[in-house]
Design a binder for this molecule. Structure first.
Ligand code: AMP
Length: 217
């Protein structure tokens, strides 16, 4: 199973990717997570990426493509993967296509998580992440409570806000999505791979829609 999840920041790509991982046993490959890891470790790559990330812009294609090439080449990705947050523009999509062509492992489908801008804004400003277990919450809809138990933290999560979820950066990220990422919709539609999912519902309902979309021929 080789799937790309496309959608604006806050559309739920990360959450749905995690559910797909659980259901199908293939790894989630999130360029955002890989970049945040590099920043946290203080690597050269992380240092280069940080300025762009903090201001809501895209990290340069060469850096991201190098990272993806390495990650897709690891043994656990041989049976498939869920790409989350990559590709983010047409150049990345073309490079991915070439990479997968060389491996003779084309994409199965591209799922667009479709959501209204107003809802996206609220989801992003309300998003909080447990800094220990990585579980995602929202102060408007899913504050930590009975359902938020995790193996690592139990019920005691330490919530932080991603620096780029601050209101002043969100506008830029949505702008970048409109200008650079949205053209992917036409690109994948033309390739016959696009499946559109209405992402304005609770997590489980959206997941059912995603599953249906993935298996639609
Ligand atoms: P995300 O967690 O997917 O929202 O990504 C957070 C930030 O990481 C983005 O705002 C970009 O600065 C950077 N980033 C993530 N994925 C990519 C990508 N495929 N290309 C360029 N920059 C990316």
């Amino acid at each position: 199973m080789r799937i790309v999840l496309v959608g604006a920041p806050g559309s739920g790509k990360g959450t749905q990717a995690q559910l797909l991982v659980k259901a199908f046993g293939v790894p989630q490959i999130s360029t955002g997570d890989l970049l945040r890891e590099a920043v946290a470790k203080g690597t050269d790559l992380g240092f280069r990426a940080k300025t762009a990330m903090d201001s809501g812009k895209l990290v340069d294609d060469a850096t991201v493509l190098g990272m993806i090439r390495e990650r897709i080449g690891r043994p656990d990705a041989a049976k498939g993967f869920i790409l989350d947050g990559f590709p983010r523009n047409i150049a990345q999509a073309e490079a991915l296509e070439k990479m997968l062509e060389d491996l003779a492992t084309p994409l199965d489908s591209v799922v667009l998580l479709n959501l209204d801008l107003g809802i996206l804004f609220k989801r992003l400003t309300g998003r909080r992440i447990c800094q220990d277990c990585g579980q995602v919450f929202n102060v408007y809809s899913a504050a930590p409570g009975a359902a938020a138990h995790s193996k690592e933290c139990g019920d005691t999560h330490r919530l932080i806000q991603r620096p780029d979820d601050k209101e002043e950066v969100i506008g830029k990220r949505l702008e970048v999505y409109e200008a650079q990422t949205k053209p992917l919709i036409k690109y994948y539609e033309a390739a016959g791979l696009l499946r559109i999912v209405d992402a304005d519902a609770d997590v489980d309902t959206v997941f059912k829609r995603v599953e249906r979309a993935v298996f639609k021929r």
